[in-house]
Design a protein around this ligand. Structure first.
Ligand code: ADP
Length: 382
């Protein structure tokens, strides 16, 4: 913990309260810093501090507004404890007004004056204990972020470095196959065929891993208006051979404009439609539609494929989770994990509803682009 993070800020601008409080806290081994003006207070609050102890009469509208601004900007791990020493006696209109000002400050405890030193100490100690827990969460969040960054870097470097030797294996195996077309016996030709298949699989795996780490790194989250109709059109083009090969019927409604990144959303649509084509034992029938709720869109991709048993419906979004062998269905187990990370970066959710043997519907939510909202709703209504 850094200097000052265990220190309680005391803001009681009138009388001798500040000195008395600081003496009481000091006797209990609690560090404190007294502020004599709102300016001082804001400077102190700009750093992480253990708690804020205020006298009610210090709560002018300006002071509360300034504190609220800082409290609203707290990182997610932080919920600064605010302890307010209230006035004695009858509730006056002034007191009531101040109490209404306090509400938005969040984590507040009120203590009525005159305060016994033991009461003050126990309340401050309990605030400090809660604050310690928040600091522990901060440390865990930092450690997680740094290990995530390490993993992303590792995935990126490993996939780049693996590409090079793989290219060598691929070119020399192809050369060997070409040059010795007529000299190799049947067994050797089968062996070479397996090598080349393996190389192909590895190439796909590496390029999907690279995509995964490229598109899902936290630093790379474009937030632009993306017309899902364009993205969907591009994906149909990319998958045209697979669509023709399976004879799939694909129906769709007009899709919305959302906030996101075009290449990220292309990856999401392509993975989900690619899976709908892949995990199917009859002619695929796929429908794509969107529904609006508040400021979000839910986009659905429904198929008539093999379906997913209930107990696997959340597991399949994990990296490398697959329900079949590669001989049954080709794949690498990266696609849905990438979709999940992309959608969650936009504050959305992705899930599946499915009946094995009948089909699955994958849903994901995305923020609506404000400008298109009204027009799209009218479109659906007409
Ligand atoms: P991949 O398709 O490369 O194996 P994914 O992460 O896209 O990887 O999917 C994970 C697993 O979820 C798949 O292996 C499959 O078992 C299951 N799955 C995904 N989409 C569907 C679908 N539309 N219908 C049935 N099963 C699916």
């Amino acid at each position: 913990m850094e200097n000052g993070e265990r220190s309680v800020i005391v803001f009681t601008p009138t009388g001798r309260d500040a000195t008395l409080i600081q003496e009481t806290l000091k006797k209990a081994g609690i560090e404190s810093t007294a502020c004599s003006s709102v300016g001082d207070l804001l400077t102190e609050l700009a750093e992480a501090r253990a708690a804020l102890l205020l006298a009610e009469e210090a709560l002018t509208a300006d002071c509360v507004e300034a504190i609220r601004g800082l409290i609203n900007q707290q990182p997610t791990w932080s919920d600064l404890p605010v302890i307010v020493l209230t006035s004695t006696g009858q509730q006056s209109p002034a007191t009531e007004y101040r109490m209404t000002l306090l509400a938005p400050l969040g984590n507040i405890s009120l203590i009525e004056r005159p305060v016994r030193p033991s009461t003050l100490i126990s309340i401050v100690r309990s605030a400090l204990r809660a604050r310690d827990r928040q600091y522990q969460f901060r440390e865990q969040a930092k450690a997680l972020q740094s290990s995530n960054e390490d993993l992303e870097r590792f995935a990126n470097i490993a996939s780049h470095d693996l590409q090079e030797p793989l290219r060598t294996i691929a070119s020399y195996s192809q050369l060997l196959a070409r040059r010795n077309q007529h000299n190799l016996d049947e067994d050797s030709q089968v062996f070479l065929h397996h090598i080349l298949n393996g190389v192909d699989r590895m190439r796909t795996l590496i390029s999907e891993l690279l995509d995964f780490s490229r598109h899902t790194s936290a630093r790379d989250v474009p937030m632009e208006q993306v017309d899902c109709n364009n993205v969907f059109g591009l994906v149909l083009q990319n998958l045209q051979f697979k669509i023709a090969e399976t004879g799939a019927k694909i129906s769709f409604e007009r899709l919305p404009v959302v906030l996101g990144g075009e290449s990220q959303l292309t990856q999401v649509f392509q993975n989900l439609i690619g899976n709908a084509l892949n995990y199917c034992q009859r002619t695929p029938e796929i429908s794509v539609y969107a529904r609006r709720s508040g400021d979000r869109w839910t986009i659905a991709i429904k198929d008539n494929g093999i379906g997913i048993p209930a107990e696997y419906q959340s597991r399949i979004f994990g990296l490398f989770e697959r329900l079949h062998t590669r001989d049954e269905y080709p794949g690498s187990g990266i696609g849905l994990a990438a979709c999940k990370r992309i959608i969650e970066q936009y504050g959305g959710r992705i899930w599946v509803e499915s009946n094995p043997g009948e089909g699955s519907t994958f849903f994901f939510t995305l923020p609506a682009a404000k400008a298109e909202a009204a027009a799209a709703v009218q479109d659906y209504a007409s």
